[in-house]
Design a protein around this ligand. Structure first.
Ligand SMILES: [Zn+2]
Length: 189
């Protein structure tokens, strides 16, 4: 049975890099993949999956009204890869699970687990509930401990605790931090 994989992490955990690596490995073996990313994430241009290291590739985009179904995949698709999967709706997470379980095509979703308030993204919560296999992609806080939360900061580096859940940005707007710093603004000594 094909599986739905949920690979989550904080900002800058290498999620997109991992996705691009998986795509490359399939294609190296002559197998095709379909890559999706969120339409609202246009950091690298809409319909482009990119990394801070400069790697990028075109991708299909999904919005909240996108319907994922196996019949929309080219014949012979070996794997579906979804970046920014925290933006999926619960219904879309279920559709992707069905592509894996019923359609026989493995689906690997990459994304953030929580927002800057420490609340789970709807897509992340649904994927955590449905995925056949979960894996945390780890990154470190300035103190060296695992960074599992995301702190939003303004242009001067000051912490921001209010605002919309979604504010697309890279290193300038978010810092991956350990839980202690998330709650106290300071790492454990
Ligand atoms: Zn820390």
């Amino acid at each position: 049975m094909a599986k739905l994989f949920w690979r989550y992490g904080a900002m800058a955990a290498g999620k997109t890099l991992a996705l691009l690596g998986v795509a490359h490995n399939y294609e190296r073996l002559g197998r095709s993949v379909v890559v999706y990313t969120a339409a609202i994430d246009d950091r690298y241009g809409e319909g482009t999956v990119g990394t801070r290291l400069g790697l990028q590739r075109p991708a299909r985009t999904f919005a909240t009204d996108t319907v994922f179904q196996a019949s929309d995949l080219p014949a012979g698709t070996a794997c579906v890869l979804v970046d920014e999967a925290q933006f999926l709706t619960p219904e879309q997470a279920r559709q992707l699970h069905q592509i894996a379980v019923l359609g026989g095509v493995p689906v690997i979703c990459y994304g953030l687990r929580t927002d800057f308030r420490g609340e789970g993204f709807a897509g992340a919560l649904a994927l955590s509930a449905l995925a056949d296999q979960l894996e945390e992609l780890k990154t470190v806080c300035a103190c060296g401990r695992k960074a599992s939360f995301n702190m939003r900061v303004d242009a001067e580096g000051r912490r921001v605790n209010e605002g919309d859940q979604v504010s697309i940005g890279g290193d300038a707007a978010y810092i991956a931090v350990c839980p202690h710093r998330f709650y106290t603004d300071a790492c454990r000594p």
